[in-house]
Design a protein around this ligand. Structure first.
Ligand SMILES: NC(=O)c1ccc[n+]([C@@H]2O[C@H](COP(=O)([O-])OP(=O)(O)OC[C@H]3O[C@@H](n4cnc5c(N)ncnc54)[C@H](OP(=O)(O)O)[C@@H]3O)[C@@H](O)[C@H]2O)c1
Length: 113
């Protein structure tokens, strides 16, 4: 049976490449998108038209409860996650002295929490 790989933010630039590589290695690939992402269904459709068989789930990676609900749903639908690629992230690129506390919190909570 194929092992399950979960790639957060897999519909972004690097994430998509990671999803494709993991599929080529034989993983069943599941990815996440932000709950408000209106292009997620189109991305899944176009990838699956190419035969990848990806599954996508809404998840705000900066929110514990959202992550917990997502992982529970993935486990129910696809099986337990064997590999996690913690790829989702945002940038607020600027010099540190120009960065607000809100920018800092947004980057850290998305990348780490
Ligand atoms: N590209 C680079 O040169 C570079 C260099 C160093 C590190 N990185 C890091 O590598 C990762 C991927 O980079 P990328 O260039 O591929 O970025 P990207 O195209 O902007 O993709 C980032 C992904 O993260 C998802 N995401 C952001 N906030 C989220 C949230 N709160 N909940 C769920 N998903 C969220 C986005 O999903 P939605 O679109 O659905 O929101 C998007 O698919 C990022 O963590 C980035 O910081 C990139």
């Amino acid at each position: 049976m194929s092992r399950v790989a979960l790639v957060t933010g897999g519909m972004g630039g690097l994430g998509e490449a990671v999803c494709i590589k993991l599929a080529a290695l034989g993983y069943k690939v599941v990815t996440t998108h932000s709950p408000g992402n209106t292009k997620a269904a189109d991305w899944l459709q176009s990838m699956n038209n190419m035969g990848y068989g990806f599954k996508g789930y809404p998840c705000d990676v900066s929110d514990f409860d959202s992550c917990k609900a997502c992982v529970e749903q993935v486990a129910k639908d696809v099986g337990p996650v064997d590999v996690l690629v913690n790829n989702a992230g945002i940038t607020r690129d600027m010099t540190f002295k120009k960065m607000t506390k809100a920018d800092w919190d947004a980057v850290i909570s998305t990348k780490l929490d």
